[in-house]
Design a protein around this ligand. Sequence first.
Ligand code: ATP
Ligand code: MG
Length: 499
Amino acid sequence: MLSNELILQVKDIKKTFGPVIALKGVSFEVRRGEIRGLIGENGSGKSTVTSIVAGMQKADSGEMIYQGAPWHPATMIDAQHKGVSMILQEMNTIPGVTVAENLFAGREDEFSRYGFVNMKKMKTEGRKLLDKFGIKGIDAGENISRYGFEDRKLIEIARSVSDDTQLLVVDETTTALSHEGRQLLYKLVNRMAEEGKAVIFISHDLDEIMHVCNVITVLRDGEIIGSLSKEEFDPVRIRYMMVGREIGDAYYREDFIPSHGDETLLDMRGVSVGEIHDFSLQVRAGEIVGIGGLSGCGMHDVGRAAFGIVKADAGEVEVQGKKITDCGSAIEAGVAYISKNRDEEALILTGSIRDNIVLPILKFIEKPLGFINPADEKKTADAQVEGLRIKCNSPAQLVSTLSGGNKQKVSFAKWMATDSKLLIMDCPTRGVDVGVKQAMYQLIETLKEKGKAILIISEELAELIGMCDRIVIMKDFAVSKTFDRSSDLTETAIIDYMI
Ligand SMILES: Nc1ncnc2c1ncn2[C@@H]1O[C@H](COP(=O)(O)OP(=O)(O)OP(=O)(O)O)[C@@H](O)[C@H]1O
Ligand SMILES: [Mg+2]
């Protein structure tokens, strides 16, 4: 229910980080009943402005009004108590403790007496909370480390949103979720709008943002470019507002004929790992193979097994005839792996952009006696920063200070510099803007032309249909269907084999 009542006003917010001007005076309003989309290139300031609204950091100057009164949240918890919650772009669960402790982090008092936390009660309440959100397959009593990336994002949603939440910020959350998780989030967001609450929804997926939101605000370089109401939504116009130039629809491969070389580069035979049994997959030189499915179908485990992160209980994983037993043997055999879980598995956050990019090739640019030529290092890093337009002051900047999409570019770039024969990409375009997506797809096509074997594991069916020679759909830890590249292939045809 859209009303005219303002819930939030953001006026002339400015924010700098050293020499970086993240926000140059941002103003916008959110009304009750509104789902306001926020879109803009990587590093345009979306997470910065919304994290100021949600109390995570302070603006240098400017003003905010929430429910008619000046708004100065002291911390994120303070903001949450007063009805403003944010689901962060990056992973934000506490490792090593139970799901229940994560759900009630900061609220332990409600479960304590005489200094002891009543874990039993906490677990019971945790189960109720997960049920209320319709979250299935997660046990509040289990250690959170047992759960994968998607599940942990759902736990964050349940933790962040309560009946008292008036304004919810959803920062690039859907790319972390699979099909079912997304439906759950859309339902939640719609219900909040119907109840006269409000949502700020950040996404790089134009179709999604046009579908979910009533109004879209575009940011570029820390400035608001403009807002469009539902009747004015038009992808070409939005893209133009985002980047200041025309970007076509042609992201993907234009041919529709599956093709590949002769040599089998990845050979998985009768592999059993986790709940997957007797799984076989071959990827040949010059071939792009995609794996798709719902969360928990096992597709991410296939990539992890192929890179030796998890060891197969049975069967063989070979790359050009060499057995893969761990990550070391995989890198040795020329395998690259872009993890979906970029903060925990793909990047050294406390390292610089240059360190991260150069890491996988150190062994190749190393001179005798372990000496590394800084000029080689610099050249490699500079080329990648430029090629993928990584937004930074210099390649010496710490990865932890980059925007989400720019981190993803580093995670991608670090393998592009290697001469890997097989590239395993788990959700490679997660959180990157449309312009960069286009650049990444072009790179993937070039890799194919060079005869590399590519395995893309993705939640984005459009991406699989657009890029792959062959698509393997998994359901309940097994292959349910294989599709060859074709211009007739549709998302609906594929979804039937996922559910
Ligand atoms: N702690 C920090 N230190 C230095 N620079 C920062 C810090 N936090 C953000 N920035 C910079 O501020 C700018 C805006 O970043 P922000 O994270 O808001 O972008 P974004 O629009 O959310 O991008 P994305 O789509 O990639 O998530 C970027 O140039 C980023 O590098
Ligand atoms: Mg962001």
